[in-house]
Design a protein around this ligand. Sequence first.
Ligand code: G
Ligand code: G
Ligand code: MN
Ligand code: NA
Length: 253
Amino acid sequence: ILLENELKKAIESDQFTLDYQPKIDIKSGKIIGMEALVRWVHPELGRISPGKFIPIAEETGLILELGELILRKGCKQNKQWQNQGYPKQQLSVNLSTKQLYQKNLSDKIEAILEETGLEAQWLELEITESAFANISNAQTILLKIKDLGVAISIDDFGTGYSSFGYLKHLPVNTLKIDAIFIRDINLNPESQAIVNGIVDIAGKLKLNVIAEGIETNEQLCILREVSCPQGQGFYFSKPLSKEKFERYLKEII
Ligand code: G
Ligand code: G
Ligand code: MN
Ligand code: NA
């Protein structure tokens, strides 16, 4: 209850910032986009991790307001970077299940794109696999989002609803392989086989695929062996504050 009240106040007074974690093309080592990750610094309690407050925001429904705030902030920032002359990159924003099934989601997204001036192609929404339990509902919503020109990525792929069948019905662009398969990929032949299989299926379905949670060079080497095209993780970069992310971009361009 305490945190719920604090969350409400935090949304009103906008205590949230975004960190940005680069996504990397594994062959070239170049950045191909970034994921926005919300951060909350409470005036008295200090940093509160999203692992703690996102579930509360979801339970209380505050995620709808918070999610909209995050989406607006991310789009605005991405547009600002483009205006400042940074190379254009796609920004991925996490969308929680409640947000996906809220009324008029696509209208809200469209309004935010218009308000911020960001072209739809520079936005991707990451939706966790478990959100697709009801395929026909999800299909209707995702088609509307796709019509806007916004890309869709299935987050935590391989751990949620985990039926390849839904890939036939949902207009998704990217499979994001869950970090649990990457964590032990250099030690566990099963993880390696699963990742190899996901990469193959993605290729055959003409879907993009990215491995998350890459922390070591050993993991990266195996991902190269199985021809995984993209990766993200502490090995390349931790999530960076806006300022640090700008410095990162300046160093690599
Ligand atoms: O950044 P970190 O690893 O601490 O995030 C912990 C969890 O919070 C992850 O599951 C992540 O997906 C989630 N999370 C981080 N930022 C956002 C956000 O902006 N929106 C939503 N819905 N979840 C987020
Ligand atoms: O649920 P989602 O996959 O969006 O969550 C992403 C979370 O994973 C973020 O909280 C981010 O901080 C975290 N993360 C990103 N890269 C790594 C990594 O290499 N190792 C670990 N342990 N966490 C990571
Ligand atoms: Mn994500
Ligand atoms: Na994930």
